[in-house]
Write a protein that binds this ligand. Structure first.
Ligand SMILES: NC(=O)c1ccc[n+]([C@@H]2O[C@H](COP(=O)([O-])OP(=O)(O)OC[C@H]3O[C@@H](n4cnc5c(N)ncnc54)[C@H](OP(=O)(O)O)[C@@H]3O)[C@@H](O)[C@H]2O)c1
Length: 226
């Protein structure tokens, strides 16, 4: 697996692209406005990066990251993602995304909505609960005492394994958080959302990021209540 593609190349997509290139992957970036608007980021990332349309990026990726405002999830191309592992970083914020009654009723999760939209893909939920500044600051080599872990949920074991390998290469351990239906355990408003990687400080936005081990992530997931 050598090419990681991005549907959405903003704060989280752009940060992951930087980590992926640093780990030796090729990356293909896309956004809503077209490849020409991504040339600055491509230039920063160097020869392992290029920009494309969302459909072209979806077709090019061995692993594809969807990192768009949730309200745009139905625009994610379906056919070129068939059979692929798709990382879902998205969260539901009604003020930004519009109201999704099924999410307000907690009868499903945002990742299950993306999985329904991409029925032939294998969606894995990860990176949604870490601020991009902390995501960029916390990678560590395998075995480092201060390595951080990220929750990974999905319905396909092979896809979760592929994402765990990707995490390891970019500098993170994984915690198995179950199926996509379990993804609510690290959605906005839960103990496992955001604050843990800031050291639970009241000055979240000023925190440079605090290493967070797998046991802490697991404890936060276990503490989630509906
Ligand atoms: N910011 C964080 O720290 C953070 C952390 C964890 C999870 N998240 C979640 O991750 C998702 C992305 O957040 P973000 O902060 O990275 O957002 P962002 O900086 O606003 O970036 C969003 C990206 O999605 C692209 N996009 C929008 N509609 C698209 C479409 N139809 N097709 C292709 N690309 C499209 C945008 O392209 P244009 O600019 O061309 O419109 C932009 O590149 C959100 O669901 C957010 O809740 C964010």
């Amino acid at each position: 697996m050598t090419t990681v593609a991005f549907i959405g190349s903003g704060h989280i997509g752009g940060t992951l692209a930087r980590l992926a290139v640093a780990a030796g992957y090729d990356v293909v970036l896309s956004n809503s406005r077209g490849p020409e608007t991504l040339q600055e980021l491509v230039g920063e990332l160097g020869p392992k990066a290029r920009a494309a349309t969302a459909a072209e990026a979806a077709a090019a990726g061995d692993l594809v990251v969807v990192s768009v405002p949730l309200g745009a999830y139905r625009k994610v191309p379906v056919e070129p993602l068939a059979g692929k592992t798709v990382i879902d970083t998205n969260n539901y914020y009604p003020d930004r995304d519009g109201v999704f009654p099924e999410l307000d009723a907690a009868s499903t999760t945002s990742s299950e909505l993306l999985q329904e939209h991409l029925p032939t893909s294998k969606v894995v939920k990860v990176f949604n609960n870490i601020y991009f500044v902390h995501l960029r600051a916390l990678p560590r080599p395998p075995g480092a005492a201060d390595r951080s872990a990220l929750a990974v949920a999905g319905d396909d074991a092979d896809a979760k394994a592929a994402v765990t390998t990707f995490l390891d290469r970019i500098g993170y351990d994984a915690v198995d958080a179950g199926t996509l239906a379990d993804g609510w355990r690290y959605q906005p408003g839960t103990p496992a959302y955001g604050g843990l990687y800031a050291g639970e400080t009241e000055n979240f936005w000023e925190s440079p990021g605090v290493p967070t081990a797998a046991a802490t992530v697991q404890a936060k997931l276990d503490a989630a209540q509906r």
